[in-house]
Ligand binder design. Structure first.
Ligand SMILES: [Zn+2]
Ligand SMILES: [Zn+2]
Length: 743
């Protein structure tokens, strides 16, 4: 059979179309579907990915491929298929999708393996020779003393470090022929210095056993299996089910991906996977955003070459180039961080479900608080629902108490940060030497600086939000764009000495707690206090070993952490998430309360949770208090039905932005008019409105919201409408399918 003569490629740049090129005979052997190639494009050359091979083409003016990048195709046929699906579903050019699929270091193939010099013994040295050497060149003899004791090759740097000798000595010994020096590729393993102690399977309780049985049945017949939603209360041992399911997957000769929210991808999490599968060093690869380019290169190739068989990672690990994929686990499937907020605006959980289907793999979604979307799918029998209602080791669910801040305010005359009840609870924990977590989803000291004379607030010049005061840094800062400003002494508007600080964040909670409990050890954990690479790990370690009494923090402390000695959790203000202008506000509040409350009582002593709120009767708070997910789901679903929101419909949000307010508004109105002509009546189109966050990073923003059930059709119509509409140069329109960020 002759080699195919043409290749169809997708160029890395946004041109919205695929192009055909001639495959030169001398490259034919090396080019396959998924290969990276360099092709002539317009006057220059460009990088591209081969998506199909053709015997003939109708295209004219065909030019030959210039070169192949890398040794092997980097994308499988399945992953190319997945890109096409994402492009259509998320209304996004395929070249943008491809950019997400392949890390930049792989696309460009500029970073290679790290090379190191390795020493191996060459010819044996006789005792006589060694004695002679000792007299004439004592340092070389010292080196040879170390070499004869070696069991095998050793990195030169390590040998020199051990012997305190230098490179010159090494080269001299090499010249005499006793050793050889070779350059070898080494993996940059970010976990190389850690020792993982092998762990064995834990004994499952009856609920876990039943759940694992269903997962294993699915693994045996993945083609017929539905996605599985594992709804297990906090502390019910979901991770153990993942681990044993992965074990079965590997035993079937297949591979597995575990997605974890970036914030939960802690050393503790990685360790659980690495130690369970420690039989071969490379079995587990870890992908997250803090890897260096070199580490990312190495982890990616470890997966691509088939050495790693389990990939643990954040959002983009859903694209890990594993062959023979058998299982995708999505832990904390309700987490909104699975949604990427820049193009392609995909949701990793939904992509996981689609990829699993394409690859004939099983997908396992786990959570203590299912998203409305996933739970609705389970109720519709599209997903298989498995329940874990008990905590492992018979730990009890924490007791949740609601503190009505309205009453508290009347009692204390001021808006106190800690209610009397919470204060008393902390005191008793300090006496018993138990630990407390205080949660507030807002960092900084004061959330705004107001003038009591003229009412003027210090807003960010680029965004329509107030600047937050950070006492540690002694500056005002914008949490959206990072703008900072000095703290004025007088009101810049009326020049009076009447500035007051209002609202509070974690920094003030910490200060307040320190003041009330001067003898307690208090630490804060948020984006401001965790700036060094190791500070997160250090603080967690200090907390775990009991060196901290009270930990104050943002969502950084809400997720998946397990501390047996924490018996009290205080939620400083439960209303923060509730009053966001977002139809998911209630859902987020329920999830957050349940997750944070879940940090209490993971040991032998039952936990207690205090929820401080001005709206004690809000359904999200009441259902969370009673650990009643089913009740909460029914009530929330009715609300979503009434307003025709997800999960009953898909939403598509177009954000039109420009530094010029009038042009942004005009463009939004034009787009909405064209959409109105293009969309059939089954789709709901809202009029363009200023976004709740009207100005962000100096850009004025307008929203157009669409809703409908047939999402593929809606996406296609939106794409077609926008493609036909030239926007002014300084106006941008972003399409977000299944939007989560509605601000
Ligand atoms: Zn003023
Ligand atoms: Zn700003």
């Amino acid at each position: 059979m002759s080699n195919p003569s043409y290749a169809r490629v997708i160029i890395d740049r946004s041109i919205h179309r695929e192009l055909d090129y001639l495959v030169p005979e001398m490259l034919a052997e090396k080019i396959g579907i998924g290969s990276r190639v360099r092709v002539p494009f317009r006057e220059k050359s460009a990088l591209a990915t081969v998506v199909s091979l053709l015997d003939e083409t109708d295209a004219t003016g065909i030019r030959p491929i210039e070169a192949v990048v890398g040794d092997k195709p980097v994308l499988s046929l399945k992953l190319i298929e997945l890109s096409r699906w994402m492009s259509a579903y998320y209304c996004c050019p395929i070249e943008t999708v491809m950019r997400s699929l392949l890390p930049q270091v792989i696309r460009r193939a500029e970073v290679g393996w790290k090379k190191q010099l390795v020493v191996s013994a060459a010819k044996p040295i006789t005792p006589e020779e060694l004695e002679k050497l000792r007299r004439r060149a004592p340092r070389q003899a010292e080196l040879m003393d170390a070499v004869v004791k070696l069991n095998g090759p050793i990195p030169a740097a390590q040998l020199l470090r051990q012997t305190s000798l230098d490179n010159q000595t090494l080269r001299a010994v090499e010249k005499r022929g006793w050793i050889t020096l070779n350059e070898e590729a080494v993996a940059r393993d970010p976990h190389a210095d850690e020792v993982f102690i092998a762990s064995a399977n834990l004994v499952l309780n009856s609920e876990q056993t039943a759940a694992l049985k269903v997962v294993e049945e699915s693994l045996a017949a993945p083609e017929q299996a539905k996605p599985i939603l594992l709804h297990g209360v906090t502390g019910s041992g979901k991770t153990e089910i993942y681990l044993q399911a992965i074990h079965s997957t590997l035993a079937r000769g297949r591979t597995a991906i575990v997605l974890v929210p970036e914030i939960s991808l802690t050393p503790q999490t990685v360790e659980r996977f690495k130690s369970r599968f420690s039989e071969a060093q490379d079995t587990v690869a870890v992908l997250h955003s803090h890897l260096s380019e070199g580490e990312r290169h190495d982890e990616w190739h470890k997966i691509h070459a088939g050495r790693a068989r389990i990939v643990v990672g954040a959002r983009s690990a859903v694209f890990a180039p594993l062959e023979n994929l058998g299982l995708i686990v999505v832990d904390e499937e309700h987490e909104t961080s699975y949604k990427q907020e820049e193009a392609p605006r995909y949701h990793a959980r939904d992509v996981a479900v689609v990829r699993a289907k394409m690859e004939g793999a099983v997908v396992l979604l786990g959570t203590a608080t299912p998203s409305l979307e996933s739970y609705h799918n389970a109720m519709q029998q599209k997903y298989r629902l498995l329940n874990l209602t008990e905590r492992v080791d018979n730990c009890q669910m924490p007791l949740i108490r609601i503190v009505d801040l309205r009453l508290e305010r009347r009692k204390q005359k001021v808006a106190a940060i800690l209610s009397e009840k919470l204060r008393a609870a902390i005191t008793s924990r300090l006496e018993k030497r138990e630990q407390t977590i205080l949660f507030l989803n807002r960092r900084g000291f004061s959330t705004s600086l107001l003038c009591s004379n003229c009412g003027e607030a210090r807003d960010c010049p680029n965004c329509s939000v107030a600047l937050t005061f950070h006492r540690g840094a002694a500056r005002l800062s914008c949490h959206l764009c990072g703008h900072t400003a000095a703290v004025p002494k007088k009101c810049p508007a009326c020049s009076q000495d009447t500035l007051i600080y209002a609202g509070f964040g974690t920094e003030k909670v910490e200060a307040n707690v320190n003041q009330i409990f001067p003898d307690a050890v208090v630490r804060r954990m948020d984006a401001d206090s965790m700036t060094r690479k190791d500070s997160y790990r250090e603080t967690l370690h200090a907390f775990r070993t009991g060196k901290i009494d009270i930990l104050v923090g943002t969502q950084m402390i809400a997720k998946g952490l397990h501390f047996p000695n924490v018996t009290l959790v205080g939620i400083i203000n439960a209303d923060l998430a509730l009053h966001m202008p977002d139809f998911r506000a209630g859902e987020r509040t329920f999830q957050l309360l349940t997750q944070v409350a879940g940090r209490a009582g993971r040991g032998e002593t039952p936990g207690e949770v205090f929820v401080q709120t001005y709206t004690p009767f809000s359904p999200s708070i009441q259902f969370a208090r009673h650990h009643d997910f089913a009740g909460y789901f029914q009530q929330e679903l009715e609300f979503r039905e009434r307003c025709e929101f997800p999960p009953l419909n898909h939403v598509v949000l177009i954000t039109v932005r420009s530094a010029h307010e009038g042009r942004a508004q005009l463009s939004a109105e034009t787009i909405a008019r064209r959409l109105k002509e293009a969309l059939p009546a089954e789709f709901i189109l809202s009029s363009p409105t200023p976004a709740p966050l009207e100005k962000l990073q100096g850009q004025f923003r307008f929203h157009i919201l669409m809703r409908g059930a047939a999402i593929m059709r809606l996406s296609r119509l939106v794409r077609a409408t926008l493609d036909k509409l030239p926007l002014p140069e300084d106006v941008f329109a972003a399409v977000d399918v299944d939007a989560y960020q509605l601000l």
